[in-house]
Ligand binder design. Structure first.
Ligand SMILES: *[C@@H]1O[C@H](CO)[C@@H](O)[C@H](O)[C@H]1NC(C)=O
Ligand SMILES: *[C@@H]1O[C@H](CO)[C@@H](O)[C@H](O)[C@H]1NC(C)=O
Ligand SMILES: *[C@@H]1O[C@H](CO)[C@@H](O)[C@H](O)[C@H]1NC(C)=O
Ligand SMILES: *[C@@H]1O[C@H](CO)[C@@H](O)[C@H](O)[C@H]1NC(C)=O
Length: 306
C-alpha cells in the first residue's frame, strides 16, 4: 500500500519538491465522489475506481504512476495549471477510455508523451498549443477521437497520427490554421471507413489541391467560419464521398463549374450560408440544384436578396 501513496509524482519546478496529488475519485459501485488528500493512506475503493479527477495545481506533469489502476476508464487532469508534460509521463497508464487535459496552459506536445499510450478519447481543448511534434501521436493504436479545440495551432501537419489506425474524429476548431497542405490526411482511413474533421473557426485561406489525395470517405468535413475565397474544383481528387461539407461563413463569392460538377457530385449536403455570394452565382446554383447530388443549404437572406 505504501507504493500507492506515490501514485502521482509531481515536481514543483522552483523547489524541486516531489509531491503527491489531491484527487477526487468515484466509487466503482455507487458512483459517489470521494476526496483523497495527498499523502493520506489509500482508502478502500480507490484502487478499483473507474474515474479520477486530479484536484490540484502544479506546473509540470511528470511521471504519473498509474500502473495500480486496473479499472480506470477516465482520467481528468483539467484546469490544473499545467504548463508542460514531460515525455513518458503516461507510460504506466493502462488502456483508458478518456484522458482529458483541458483548460491548462500547455504550449507544446513533444514526441514521447503520448506514443503508444492506449487512450480512446484524448481531449486537449482550451490550452495554448502552438507546437505539436510531427511524431507526437505516432502509434496510438486505440485513439478514436482527438479534440484540440481552442488552441493556437497555425499549421496542420500531414505526418501526424502515423499508425493511429482507429482514428475517426479530429476536432481542431478555434485555432489559427491558415492552410490545409497537400496530403494532409495520408495517415487516415487505415482501419476506418469514415472520418470526421472539424476545422471550424480557423483562418484557412487555402486548401491545397492535393489536400485530399486519399481514397476515403468523410462524414463531416467542416471548414466553416474560415476565410476561404475559393475552393479548387478538383480538390476531392480520389475521395469517395462526403456526407456534409460545411462552408458556412467563408468568403466564397462563387462556386466554379468544376466545383459544382466534381466536388458537389461527391457530397450529400453542402452548407454555404453566410458567404458573400454574387447574385448570378446563387441563381446558377439554384438552377442546378435538382441535377447535382448535393443538397445545398443556403440562408434565407441569400435567397431573398436575388
Ligand atoms: C468519455 O467521454 C465521452 C465524450 O465526452 C463521454 O460521452 C463518455 O461518457 C466518457 N466515458 C467515460 C467512461 O467517462
Ligand atoms: C473536451 O473538453 C471540453 C472542455 O471541457 C468540452 O467542452 C468538450 O465537450 C470535450 N470534448 C469531448 C469530445 O469530450
Ligand atoms: C503500430 O503500432 C503497434 C503498436 O501499437 C506496433 O506493434 C506496430 O508495429 C506499429 N506499426 C508500424 C507500421 O509502425
Ligand atoms: C454527376 O453525377 C451525375 C449522376 O451520377 C452524373 O450523371 C454526372 O455526369 C456527374 N457530373 C460530373 C461532372 O461528373
Amino acid at each position: 500500500m505504501k507504493l500507492v501513496v506515490g501514485l502521482l509524482v509531481l515536481v514543483e519546478l522552483s523547489w524541486g519538491i516531489t509531491n503527491n496529488a489531491d484527487l477526487i475519485w468515484y466509487d466503482r459501485e455507487t458512483g459517489e465522489p470521494h476526496n483523497y488528500v495527498a499523502r493520506e493512506p489509500t482508502p478502500e475503493g480507490l484502487l478499483q475506481t473507474e474515474k479520477i479527477v486530479v484536484n490540484q495545481k502544479f506546473s509540470i506533469l511528470w511521471e504519473v504512476k498509474f500502473a495500480f489502476f486496473d479499472n480506470l476508464e477516465a482520467l481528468m487532469i483539467d484546469d490544473c495549471g499545467i504548463n508542460e508534460i514531460k515525455p513518458n509521463t503516461f507510460r504506466d497508464l493502462k488502456p483508458l477510455t478518456n484522458l482529458s487535459l483541458t483548460f491548462n496552459h500547455i504550449r507544446e506536445i513533444k514526441e514521447g508523451v503520448f506514443n503508444f499510450v492506449q487512450v480512446k478519447n484524448l481531449n486537449f481543448s482550451h490550452n495554448r498549443l502552438a507546437i505539436i511534434g510531427a511524431r507526437a501521436f505516432d502509434n496510438m493504436q486505440a485513439l478514436e477521437t482527438i479534440t484540440l479545440d481552442f488552441n493556437e495551432l497555425k499549421n496542420w501537419n500531414g505526418d501526424w497520427f502515423f499508425n493511429c489506425s482507429r482514428l475517426a474524429t479530429v476536432s481542431l476548431t478555434h485555432n489559427f490554421l491558415e492552410e490545409i497542405p497537400a496530403n494532409a490526411f495520408k495517415n487516415f482511413w487505415k482501419d476506418r471507413d469514415t472520418v470526421n474533421i472539424y476545422l471550424s473557426y480557423n483562418k484557412i485561406e487555402t486548401v491545397d489541391r492535393d489536400a485530399f489525395a486519399e481514397v476515403g470517405k468523410f462524414g463531416d468535413l467542416f471548414l466553416d467560419w474560415n476565410d476561404l475565397p475559393r475552393v479548387d474544383g478538383h480538390i476531392f481528387g480520389k475521395l469517395t464521398s462526403v456526407e456534409h461539407l460545411n462552408l458556412n461563413g467563408d468568403s466564397l463569392r462563387c462556386l466554379s463549374e468544376e466545383f459544382i460538377g466534381n466536388v458537389l457530385n461527391k457530397t450529400n449536403l453542402v452548407s454555404v450560408q453566410g458567404n458573400p455570394f454574387k447574385c448570378e452565382c446563387l441563381k446558377e446554383l439554384r438552377n442546378r440544384e435538382g441535377r447535382i447530388r448535393a443538397r445545398v443549404q443556403l440562408s434565407q437572406e441569400q435567397t431573398v436578396d436575388c
